[in-house]
Design a protein around this ligand. Structure first.
Ligand code: SAH
Ligand code: SF4
Length: 346
């Protein structure tokens, strides 16, 4: 029996797990893994039992340690545990026309954004391409058995907004995109890569063949405000990030989104809103405003409802496209590294 999850083997090399089997078996296995994932190898009905046993012992590269639901079952949060102890979290969200999974690209994050639970925790390791793709596959396998009523019963959208900075794990994230798009057949238009502003990574992504959406987490509309929240701003200042995003938009024709976490008294003034609107206008970007989810290691608090509304109104009045993002799964800490944080401090 193999002790390597088939998701950790490149999809083109699956035959290496099936010595002595004809090559079409590897193709069948690839179909199960990438086109119609199932929770257990027993369900791979067209494979002989010897093959199912060969891959079934460790079908997933992780165990499901926590499986929580919220928002009347429309939000599901998983904490996966890799054999080396690494915690990987993913959140599945059902909407009327979309089923979106938010996936992690690293265990922890080295970027140290002050308001982010993942950042406060530091960096453990990169995720392998297979560990990234398996989060999406697991969600599809889960949905096949437990669909979310009223939402598509397959993952329609993938956002790289879980733990980690995807563009600081470039090669593996690139390979995960290749597997999702070229092997699984997902549309690049259904995928969003979110970055805190790793300029060389944005530039490389612009050169890739896939027109994935790019989200840029700004949080500050001038260097002083931004550097207080995002240490990476000292290395890649605001103007460099904006120029790189502008070039991405020019190369791909995909509307950029700007992520903005509103923090009371820090980045929620009308002055910031006006400056942000100017940046959004320049990029023709859409601004997603989200209220801070408080984290235990920081005194930062979310802006009050009136200020949130005032901030968004100032954005709109200054010509920006902006929406206030609904926060999903708050009762299960479904925001950026928070489940992991809670378990580590319990
Ligand atoms: N590293 C990437 C992607 C993961 S973070 C990035 O920073 O873009 C995904 C999003 O969650 C980012 O926009 C980030 O700013 C936001 N976020 C992080 N911590 C948060 C918190 N405590 N409350 C609200 N949003 C948060
Ligand atoms: Fe890392 Fe993104 Fe959190 Fe910043 S916000 S620490 S880049 S995961």
């Amino acid at each position: 029996m193999s002790d390597t999850s088939p998701y950790l083997v490149p999809p083109e090399d699956l035959g290496s797990l099936l010595p002595g089997e004809p090559s079409f078996r590897a193709d069948q296995l690839r179909d199960w893994l990438y086109h119609s994932p199932v929770l257990t190898a027993d369900e791979m009905t067209n494979l002989p039992s010897a093959v199912r046993e060969a891959v079934g012992g460790d079908l997933w590269p992780f165990e499901v340690e926590v499986d929580q639901s919220a928002d009347n079952g429309r939000t599901r949060k998983w904490l996966f545990r890799a054999p080396d102890g690494a915690a990987i979290e993913a959140v599945l969200m059902g909407y009327r026309k979309r089923t979106t999974i938010c996936i992690s690209s690293q265990v922890g994050c080295a970027m140290g954004c002050t308001f982010c639970a993942t950042g406060q925790f530091g960096f453990d390791r990169h995720l392998e391409a297979g560990e990234i793709v398996a989060q999406v596959a697991y969600a599809n396998a889960f949905l096949r058995r437990f669909p979310i009523p009223g939402s598509p019963d397959r993952v329609t959208n993938v956002v790289y907004m879980g733990m980690g900075e995807p563009l600081a794990n470039y090669e593996r994230v690139r390979e995960s995109l290749r597997r999702l798009i070229d092997v699984s057949g997902m549309s690049a238009r259904s995928i969003t890569v979110s970055t805190v502003g790793v300029v060389p990574g944005i530039d490389r992504l612009a050169d890739e063949p896939w027109p994935v959406y790019l989200a840029v987490s700004l949080h500050g509309a001038d260097d002083v405000t931004r550097s207080r929240l995002v240490p990476l701003n000292d290395r890649y200042p605001l103007e460099a990030v904006i120029e790189s995003a502008e070039a991405y938009f020019a190369a791909k024709g995909r509307r950029i989104s700007i992520e903005w976490t509103l923090i009371k008294g820090v980045n929620d003034s009308d002055d910031q809103a006006r400056k942000l609107a100017a940046i959004a206008g320049r990029l023709r970007a859409h601004v997603n405003v989200i209220a801070l989810n408080p984290t235990p290691l920081s005194d930062d608090r979310p802006s009050g409802d009136d200020r949130i509304r005032g901030f968004v109104e100032t954005l709109l009045a200054n010509g920006a496209n902006a929406t206030l993002r609904e926060t999903r799964g708050q009762e299960i800490d479904a925001a950026c590294g928070q489940l992991r944080l809670r378990r580590a401090t319990e």
